[in-house]
Design a protein around this ligand. Structure first.
Ligand code: GLC
Ligand code: CA
Length: 552
């Protein structure tokens, strides 16, 4: 794939374990994916991003890799993967894999060797430190917290040292300062690129270069206190530059995940003579109902969402390309968060129109295209996600159970990980046997089969949005401008190219409202391109109505 080509793409994300079970063991797999490739193509997307499909003990469901060159036996074999890859290519779909190289599983052979002592070939593959001595007491090497709560250090008795883990203790951070580790990464990249994979989504990639001294962070900041010393670290551009060279030999696209980043830091990766990434997955639009993480929940604020949208649209304009998303495997379902389960169809479709027509590559996460909603499991023991469980056990221990569980219901990543709802039949058509994780019991009402035949469905609205974008130079390349940014009910933005202007108007309210056209617009010549209601009228919105108008 030519790197300058990626910008017109839209991308469908698969979290395989819950996508489709092809062999009847209750776990999604590659045979299941193969059977759904035509469906994915029918959405009008151009690429598939697979969350990790490698062997993994699943402490963090695939983001703890124990072998970078194989397929998890639950999901199939390398042969199965090649079949999917070839068929996807035949259908015109690119395939993007998750490259998880900030850390490996503690069950990866490199780590097992590294634990054995200080003088074997893998000793320096990870970040090892002796305990800190203070007034004769042994302390952890520094005060950093892991992103999943609790300290970022774990003691290894065999080696007599601590290793760093920015995520769970089963995810040991690699020592990227070791040139041998970087050679390993490049060779892993080549392994998949030689097979024909088209690019990578690079997991927490802005964390891979740590400050040499690992200094203490601010003691009163939970979770993120070490971040100034590992985010956008001292050698990050050099390391990514090395990986970029490999990607460029193959014309592979590189999408980097960058938690808590700013436009300014993102541009360091995306701009300049030698950009090291094609796009950045930033988190700003994920914080319209919370402070920093979904767990610190507050009421949804449309103005916060719009500020996040526009900050990135204006910030990257003419300089770099946006990755646009409202859902992935790390966040609760957006219709439950920013929309309304009462105005379910209307709000899910308005949300689609609110981001797909911005400038950038839209991502659609499995189930988002049918408006899947959050799940509310009765107790923390029902949850499998390591982050949800750690957070539950760490925080607010004196809160009543009900209140604590409410926090989990609004924040858990497990809401995005329930099996895909294909039909109203047994096990939602996901599997012949009982699925590995809880189904959302609304699958009788919310499923692909029902929506296929319904022209006004969320599914068909997603298709319409993606195809409209794909066929319009203005929506692909035009400039972005937001109108009425102070409105609490309305999101209106313009895309403009040469003489053509397209106005996208989305209501975020459950009551009808009217709106004015921005200065310079008149009703004359307005052509309706798309709406989630019948007979839309310029200037009037019904609950969660979305309208796309064109002037030329
Ligand atoms: C990324 C992944 C997330 C994972 C974390 C650690 O944020 O998207 O699922 O838990 O990195 O690998
Ligand atoms: Ca299976």
């Amino acid at each position: 794939m030519a790197q300058n080509d990626f910008r017109s793409m839209s991308i469908y994300q698969i979290w395989i374990r819950s996508f489709c079970d092809g062999n009847g063991d209750g776990i999604g797999d590659l045979t299941g994916v193969y059977s759904k490739l035509d469906y994915i193509r029918s959405l009008g997307v151009d690429a598939i991003w697979f969350s990790p499909i490698y062997p993994s003990p699943n402490a963090d469901y695939g983001y703890d890799v124990s072998d970078y060159r194989d397929i998890h036996p639950d999901y199939g074999t390398l042969e199965d993967f090649k079949k999917v890859l070839n068929r996807a290519h035949e259908l015109g779909l690119k395939v993007i894999l998750d490259l998880v190289i900030n850390h490996t599983s503690d069950e990866h052979p490199w780590f097992i060797e590294s634990c054995k002592g200080k003088d074997n070939p893998y000793s320096d593959y990870y970040i090892w430190r002796e305990p800190r001595l203070k007034k004769g007491r042994e302390l952890l090497p520094n005060n950093w917290y892991s992103q999943f709560a609790g300290p970022a250090w774990e003691y290894c008795p065999q080696r007599g040292e601590y290793y760093l883990h920015l995520f769970s203790k089963k995810q040991a951070d690699l020592n990227m300062d070791n040139p041998k580790v970087r050679e390993e990464i490049k060779s892993i990249m080549r392994f998949w690129l030689d097979m024909g994979v088209d690019g990578f989504r690079e997991d927490v990639i802005t964390f891979i270069s740590k400050h040499e001294d690992l200094p203490n962070g601010l003691p009163f900041l939970p979770v993120i206190n070490g971040m100034p010393y590992y985010k956008d670290g001292p050698n990050i551009l050099r390391y990514l530059g090395e990986f970029r060279e490999v990607a460029q030999e193959y014309g592979a696209v590189q999408i980097g995940e960058a938690p808590m980043t700013s436009v300014r830091s993102a541009l360091r990766y995306l701009k300049g003579k030698a950009p090291v990434l094609d796009m950045i997955i930033q988190f700003d639009a994920m914080m319209a109902d919370c402070f920093l993480t979904e767990y610190l929940h507050h009421r949804f604020s449309l103005r916060k969402l719009k500020r996040a949208f526009s900050r990135w649209q204006y910030g990257l304009a003419g300089k770099a390309w946006n990755a646009l998303y409202l859902e992935n495997h790390d966040h609760p379902r957006v219709v439950s968060r920013y929309g309304s389960e009462r105005w379910w169809r209307e709000s899910a479709t308005a949300l689609a129109a609110s981001y797909i027509f911005q400038q950038g590559c839209p991502f659609v996460y499995q189930g988002q295209e049918i408006g899947m909603t959050n799940i509310h499991l009765p107790s923390i023991d029902h949850y499998l996600d390591v982050a949800s469980r750690n957070i539950y056990h760490m925080f607010h221990r004196r809160w009543p159970e009900e209140k604590r569980m409410h926090r989990i219901h609004v924040s858990s990543r497990d809401s995005a990980r329930t099996p895909m709802q294909w039909s109203g039949e047994k096990n939602a058509g996901f599997s012949e046997t009982e699925p590995w994780f809880f189904l959302n019991d609304n699958y009788h009402r919310i499923n692909v089969a029902l929506q296929e035949d319904d022209q006004s469905s969320i599914l068909n609205f997603y298709r319409a949005c993606l195809s409209l974008r794909k066929g319009s130079d203005t929506l692909l390349w035009g400039s972005y401008r937001e109108y009425f940014p102070r409105s609490r009910e309305l999101y209106m933005y313009e895309r403009k190219l040469s003489g053509e202007r397209i106005l996208i108007v989305c209501s975020f309210s459950g009551v009808g409202e009217t709106y004015d056209l921005p200065k310079g617009y008149t009703e004359d010549g307005a052509e309706m391109l798309l709406s989630n209601y019948e007979s839309p009228a310029l200037g009037t919105l019904r609950p969660y109505e979305a309208q796309v108008w064109r002037w030329c």
